[in-house]
Design a protein around this ligand. Structure first.
Ligand code: SF4
Ligand code: ZN
Length: 360
């Protein structure tokens, strides 16, 4: 498949040009307010050291927009090192002061894949969190193929009745976009099966298990208008199959990826911030499901953009409204330019910002 070959080629070059990181360099953490299932609460985010996403390390070359694997060690890491780094980050924050906190464990790939995070390290980390009474939620990320009853049984044996959310990068409900433009390698059916497995375990075994879908806004070869429509339709589909939460991830240009190649050649542009607002407002008005909008890279050269006057204001507003789930109301003169683009994108199918040429 052409897209796979391109991904592989670009990924290979990325690995040749960049030294793998040490486990200590991979481990990163931060601590702030976030929307939990129980309202706004302090949340600890930890990026665990891992060799990197198996999908990107394998034969597929990984997804067209993602370079997380380049920030990993590329080699397996021994359990004592993983645990030392985890405990070090855990001890940096005044967690004991809080009644309730949420912990998000990122593995730059799949937390549930034992190759990426060895089982003994996973179990030790979960045991530590299970013993902390004020940890009420544990959130992880995984591809759907690792959402297995066996793994979830092992996890719930340790964490008891704590809430456990598995976030999956569905990206879009459209198989053609996901397979051919993102190179994700799984179908909507695979995603749905993972969600159904979790729903079944919630029902039959009483696990406090939740699912979240990441929805990618504006893959390559998609116009601004299509990107808006597809993200909203994806949210509707997720709601229909019973996904518990949504998180929209507008495109940013990661280094040494297919999306960067397109962007450098001038055939791709990240979405307007107005498009992201249109999506989140529509979803919040029409669906009864918490929806978050990631603001990474907003207003930067490689991220979603509006104009210099409103980029920053909107970024801060979106972060605040993620906590309250309110609609975002704001105006700026650049909105007309965005309107012009989305209203005409069906006509010229452009995936980049349309240049207005003065004819007279
Ligand atoms: S988006 Fe997820 S599955 Fe795709 S390469 Fe990145 S970490 Fe792996
Ligand atoms: Zn503006």
């Amino acid at each position: 498949m052409e897209i796979e070959n391109l991904c592989k080629k670009i990924r290979k070059k990325a690995f040749e040009r960049k030294e793998p990181k040490t486990p200590e360099q991979v481990g990163v953490s931060w601590y702030n307010d976030d929307l939990t299932y129980d309202g706004v609460a302090k949340t600890l985010f930890i990026i665990l050291p891992t060799p990197g996403c198996a999908w990107a390390l394998g034969d597929s070359g990984g997804c067209t927009m993602c370079s997380y694997v380049s920030d990993c060690t590329l080699e397996p890491i021994d359990t004592p090192t993983i645990l030392k780094i985890f405990n070090d980050h855990l001890s940096r924050y005044p967690i004991a002061e809080e009644d309730k906190i949420s912990v998000k464990l990122f593995a730059s790939g799949s937390f549930l894949n034992p190759y990426e995070l060895p089982r003994d390290a996973r179990d030790e980390i979960l045991t530590t969190l299970a013993n902390m009474d004020n940890v009420s939620e544990i959130i992880v990320e995984s591809r759907p193929e690792y959402v297995k009853e066996e793994y979830l049984d092992e996890i719930f044996e340790i964490i008891g009745n704590k809430l456990f959310e598995v976030s999956i990068g569905l990206e879009t409900y459209d198989d053609y976009t996901r397979l051919k433009k993102i190179n994700k390698g799984f179908t909507s059916k695979d995603f749905e099966n993972a969600v159904t497995t979790m729903q079944k375990l919630r029902k039959t075994k009483g696990y406090n298990l939740k699912s979240k879908a990441y929805i990618f806004v504006k893959p390559i070869l998609v116009s601004e208008k299509q990107a808006i429509d597809e993200a909203i339709e994806t949210a509707n589909w997720c709601s229909l199959i019973g996904v518990d939460r949504l998180s929209f991830c507008p495109a940013t240009i990661h280094s040494r990826t297919v999306i960067e190649r397109f962007w450098r050649k001038g055939v791709y542009q990240p979405p307007w911030i107005w498009s992201c607002i249109e999506i989140i407002n529509t979803v919040r008005q029409t669906l009864d499901i918490p929806a978050l909008l990631d603001t990474s890279g907003f207003g930067s050269r490689r991220g979603p953009y509006n104009c210099k006057k409103c980029n920053k204001d909107l970024k801060h507003m979106i972060i605040r409204h993620n906590l309250t789930q309110d609609i975002i109301e704001y105006d700026c003169e650049c909105k007309n330019e965005w309107f012009g683009e989305i209203n005409n994108s069906d006509m010229n199918k452009s995936t980049t910002k349309i240049k207005h040429i003065t004819l007279y």
